[in-house]
Design a protein around this ligand. Structure first.
Ligand code: 9MR
Length: 455
């Protein structure tokens, strides 16, 4: 990545100079290749980088001292988002008095590991100190612009993408803006003003609008879409839209998730999956993670994915075990699914079922109008009694026959999760296969075969 101008505060300048020096020494020794090549990240981060994307996690400064937390973060992720440390109440709890220490710890850790940093978040109605809510319009406008300016100056050159405005729209069918001190006193224009201020402070950072319940097409995402379209038409600086993607049984992965990401990308912005977590366990959770990763990979402007935490035990929804590592830092089936969907492979061996089986796709026949595919399922170093493999068949292709396996289809009719019919039990190293016939309906795209999960 090209070096950017150092930030304004003396503390950041000192550290910045040090890291530039280190990079220079390593480059002189031939260790670091040319600027612009992928930086060293972890297993998920490396697999994503090979696909031109980042894969990150939300982190909390007060867990960085826990050895397995830090080692899992370092080994796996290529980007971090401070979970709470860059929110207004953390940085400027009283007017004009800034405390960057916890956020700096995260940024320093990330940069020491060659990771990107997402800034979260500059203007949000929540975790907002009381003094801000109490201001009248003119003062509030000044305070908002000063907050953006001070924070972005401090981290100038160090943040890949900023969530400039977070969650400014209401849930439900109204498509209206959410009531907040900013909305109520400054009107709709506060969002535009925040983005214009942000661009002027750090032109090198991507500027995102970030929200939840906008993951599929609905009244709320339509309202955000209209705003982004308007911004692009009028030249208001916006580079990206963040889709938080907090999923559970009440709010499952929408069947039009990929289509929704694509329609935003088609407006000329990047899209990012910013706070991904999916409550559940086992192969069902793994299959949902596969769907999300495949959706991002299918949208060329989907530039990265962040999961909202490293381990289930520190998740904001820990009871729902929504992340990729359990409370003991074991890899869950969802981890293997994500890594496989990213095209990576796992050394295996450290629990959670990863590596218990593999799935390999071959096209066995093709003709004008269709093809046959075959997936070979192979048990790992232990015997298994059942397996499950998600296969995404790109629309408008349709599966017309399937043998030696039983499919369960997602609501959108594009992902079939195949389970065994008679052939679930496999000895260590043994394999079986299932096959299917696809009517191509004009599309020659290959199906995407996700990770095999076993039990
Ligand atoms: O994960 C965060 C949790 O630790 C905080 O207590 C909570 C307070 O609002 O914020 C959580 O993160 C939120 C994020 O900043 C914005 N989108 C929703 C996230 C989950 O609530």
């Amino acid at each position: 990545m090209a070096q950017k101008t150092p930030g304004g505060s003396p503390g950041r300048l000192t550290r910045r100079a040090l890291s530039v020096l280190t990079a220079g020494v390593l480059a002189a020794a031939g260790v670091v290749s040319l600027a612009g090549t992928a930086e060293a990240t972890g297993a998920l981060g490396d697999a994503a980088a090979a696909k031109g994307r980042y894969f990150g996690a939300a982190v909390a400064a007060n867990h960085l001292g826990e050895a397995p937390y830090a080692s899992t973060l370092n080994a796996q992720f290529g980007s971090v988002t401070p979970e709470n440390e860059m929110k207004w109440d953390a940085l400027e709890s009283s007017r004009g008095s800034f405390n960057f220490s916890a956020a700096d710890r995260i940024v320093d850790h990330a940069r020491g590991q060659g990771m990107k940093v997402r800034g979260h978040t500059l203007v949000w109605h929540s975790q907002l100190p009381g003094w801000v809510s109490g201001l009248a319009a003119t003062d509030l406008r000044a305070a908002m612009n000063n907050h953006i300016t001070q924070v972005m100056t401090h981290y100038k050159g160090e943040i890949d993408s900023w969530d400039v405005v977070n969650e400014a729209f209401q849930d439900g069918g109204s498509g209206a803006r959410r009531s907040s001190p900013f909305q109520d006193k400054l009107g709709n224009g506060f969002i535009e003003e925040a983005f214009r201020t942000a661009r002027a402070v750090d032109p090198g950072a991507k500027l995102c609008y970030n929200d939840y319940n906008t993951d599929g097409q609905n009244a709320k995402s339509n309202a955000v879409y209209a705003m982004v379209k308007d911004f692009k038409q009028r030249g208001v600086p916006i580079d990206c839209v963040g889709f938080q993607s907090h999923f559970n049984s009440n709010s499952p992965v929408p069947s039009d998730y990929r289509a929704n990401l694509q329609r935003f990308a088609d407006l000329g912005v990047d899209v990012q999956i910013t706070e991904l977590d999916i409550e559940g366990s086992g192969s069902a959770q793994a299959a949902d993670y596969t769907t999300v990763v495949n959706a991002c990979l299918a949208v060329s402007r989907c530039t990265g994915i962040t999961v909202w935490g490293v381990t289930d035990k520190y998740s904001w929804r820990s009871g729902g075990t929504p992340l990729l590592f359990d409370g003991d830092y074991n890899k869950k089936p969802a981890y293997g699914a994500v890594l496989a969907a990213l095209g990576g492979s796992d050394g295996g061996g450290d629990g959670g079922g990863t590596g218990a089986c593999t799935a390999t796709y071959t096209q066995t026949a093709t003709w004008n109008g269709g093809y046959n595919g075959q997936v070979t399922v192979k048990a790992g170093s232990a015997g298994i009694t059942t397996w499950s493999v998600p296969v995404t068949v790109p629309s408008p292709q349709k599966v017309s026959a399937l043998w030696n396996g039983a499919p369960a289809w997602d609501a959108g009719g594009t992902v079939m999760t195949v389970k065994p019919t008679y052939n679930g039990t496999l000895a260590a190293g043994a394999s079986t296969s299932f096959g299917f016939t696809v009517t191509s309906n004009g599309s020659t795209a290959a199906p995407v075969v996700g990770a095999c999960t076993a039990s």
